[in-house]
Design a protein around this ligand. Structure first.
Ligand SMILES: [Zn+2]
Length: 99
């Protein structure tokens, strides 16, 4: 009887876990990037660390996207947002028509 309501209000635990992992990787990358800019280190070690952190974030983001495409629950939850982003990109391309 309450099955439909349960689906609508449910949050995908796996998506939450992947999203948190992705956010943490992005935060760490941003922190290191800020430190890198302030101290103006030009050493290869600091640069390598930044590249490594960026790759870690990119990998976490890819896993999150892959899950969102494969997970039925995530597709149900994110459907309205997907339509909104399409409208936004169309509005943006309008600005570049008269060049
Ligand atoms: Zn999911």
């Amino acid at each position: 009887m309450n099955t439909q309501l349960a689906i609508e209000t449910a949050v995908c635990a796996e998506h939450q876990r992947l999203f948190a992992e992705c956010e943490r990787a992005l935060e760490t990358w941003n922190e290191h990037r800020a430190e890198f800019c302030v101290s103006r280190l030009s050493g290869n070690a600091a640069g390598d660390e930044l590249v490594r952190l960026q790759a870690k974030y990119a990998r976490a983001y890819t896993i999150l996207q892959r899950h969102a495409h494969a997970c039925l629950l995530c597709q149900l939850v994110s459907a309205p947002e997907g339509l909104g982003s399409v409208n936004r990109s169309e509005a943006h391309s309008d600005n570049t028509l008269y060049f």
